[in-house]
Ligand binder design. Structure first.
Ligand SMILES: Nc1ncnc2c1ncn2[C@@H]1O[C@H](COP(=O)(O)OP(=O)(O)OP(=O)(O)O)[C@@H](O)[C@H]1O
Length: 260
């Protein structure tokens, strides 16, 4: 079930945020990373695919035209994890993940409970199972939010900056887990991410968006060039693709400075 975006346009208030985005594809079994500067429209694009923001154009997942589906039917196929995972809900970690499962999948309680246990185990959240969500650290809450996402087994999983609050160990662990999940379950994973080293290492495919426009797409090796980083981010950067180590993107300097 490949995700395809064609002529997507989205206006919020009086501003045209997404401008005729076309030719974007995200395939099952792969991680597609959405990159671009602050305010480029990455979150808006994910929200438009999720049906949270209204957009014109065509969004298809396999044979299904997503924009023709009700929000409820869309939510059976896809899951969108927003950037902000803060919550006031008076629930334990276990209850929150169970609730995410139960609102989506009609099944016997035993099977729901074991799905929750598996999700908590996969993300090493078992020690936190009885903790209240409100007392968790930002990174712990982010991992719980990922557990809530995976327990629903969506065909399309969209995550907005899923590693922004995570320490280095958990960044690698979570992205490695998502990569294996995509491969094993043939899920389409689309994530917005600022860390280009992580994008280069874990994404199969990149989409670059700037000022609501599709600037480039392709493999990390095709997309992450010095010229493109200059054009998109206004930085000088050094890009290396060593054969015996992960790719490295080293920002050297910003081409515009703040202040006088
Ligand atoms: N509800 C809204 N009404 C009006 N403008 C909005 C609204 N939501 C977002 N925008 C504007 O749309 C533009 C794109 O925002 P978006 O959050 O999609 O960017 P982003 O690429 O995800 O940025 P970041 O990397 O900073 O998270 C921004 O200029 C933002 O101010």
């Amino acid at each position: 079930m490949t995700l395809r975006i064609d002529r997507l346009d989205c206006t919020l208030g009086k501003r045209r945020i997404l401008r005729d985005l076309s030719g974007l594809e995200a395939r099952p079994g792969e991680i597609t990373a959405l990159i671009g500067p602050n305010g480029a429209g990455k979150s808006t694009l994910l929200k438009a695919i999720a049906g949270i923001e209204t957009a014109s154009g065509r969004i298809t997942l396999g044979e299904q035209t997503l924009d023709a589906l009700s929000l409820e039917r869309r939510s059976r196929l896809l899951y969108y994890l927003p950037q902000d995972t803060s919550t006031q809900a008076a629930l334990s970690v276990f209850e929150a993940v169970l609730l995410a499962r139960r609102t989506q999948i009609a099944e016997p309680v035993d099977s729901a409970l074991s799905a929750v246990e598996r999700a908590l185990k996969s993300l090493e959240l078992e020690p936190l199972a009885e903790r209240e969500l409100t007392v968790l650290s930002g990174g712990q809450r982010q991992r719980v939010a990922i557990a809530q996402a995976i327990v629903r087994r969506p065909k399309l999983l969209m995550l907005d900056e899923p590693t922004s609050a995570l320490d280095l160990h958990h960044q690698l662990q979570v992205l490695d887990y998502l990569q294996r999940l995509a491969r094993r379950e043939r899920v389409v994973i689309l994530l917005a991410i600022h860390d280009l080293n992580l994008a280069a290492r874990f994404a199969d495919h990149l989409w670059v968006v700037k000022q609501g426009l599709h600037v480039a797409s392709g493999t990390p090796g095709q997309v992450l060039t010095q010229e493109r980083l200059r054009e998109v981010y206004a930085i000088e950067a050094h890009v290396e693709w060593p054969s015996d180590a992960p790719p490295r993107v080293t920002p050297l300097s910003a081409l515009r400075q703040l202040g006088g």
